[in-house]
Design a protein around this ligand. Structure first.
Ligand SMILES: Cc1ncc(COP(=O)(O)O)c(C=O)c1O
Length: 179
């Protein structure tokens, strides 16, 4: 990524974090070539080799392809229209108890359902992961496309998570590969 763009991204995220009351995040930020490349680094950094990762179904299909290609296992947590396509702490705890999964990767707002968790819903997921020792990767690439209320970041609730974000969706800058 050109150095100038890295700087611009850094400035943008710093302003965003200050607005969110998260001024300390700068030290823990790594610019990358879009979120997809960032995922690969995050997976290898956060997950043990061969770990089984929980993802929601329906979900972003590339999660499954990427995880499997990198040698991880996948446990899909099925969601339904009956529960509003919402992931809850109980869903995660149940998959964990049945040893279907060890870690969690999910997006809010979600692709393809568009479902966005509110602060209470996200806190439920974050606290469940912390209680069970589950590594959490929160894909926040669709932040800013939540038209009911400001999107809530897992960073507002915990320091024990990896956050993935990029300019692709919010600013229609897919080809710029900044994340
Ligand atoms: C939920 C989600 N995460 C990540 C990505 C990948 O985005 P990027 O263009 O930053 O690699 C997409 C792209 O569609 C997506 O829908």
């Amino acid at each position: 990524m050109p150095r100038g763009w890295t700087r611009c991204a850094m400035v943008w995220w710093t302003i965003t974090w200050i607005n969110m009351g998260l001024s300390g995040c700068r030290r823990h930020y790594l610019p990358f070539m879009g979120s997809s490349a960032g995922f690969i680094l995050a997976f290898y950094t956060a997950f043990r080799p061969g770990a089984r990762i929980a993802v929601i179904r329906p979900g972003y299909p590339a999660y499954v392809n990427t995880l499997l290609d990198l040698g991880f296992g996948v446990a899909e947590i099925p969601l339904s229209v009956a529960n509003g396509w919402l992931l809850t702490g109980a869903n995660i705890a149940s998959a964990f108890a049945r040893e279907l999964s060890a870690e969690l990767l999910f997006a809010s707002p979600a692709n393809p359902t568009g479902v966005a968790l509110d602060r209470v819903g996200l806190a439920d997921i974050v606290t469940t992961c912390e209680r069970l020792g589950i590594v959490l990767i929160s894909d926040e690439i669709c932040h800013g496309l939540d038209y009911r209320a400001p999107s809530v970041s897992a960073l507002e609730l915990t320091k024990n998570a990896i956050i993935i974000n990029s300019f692709s969706k919010r600013y229609c800058m897919t080809e710029w590969r900044i994340g």
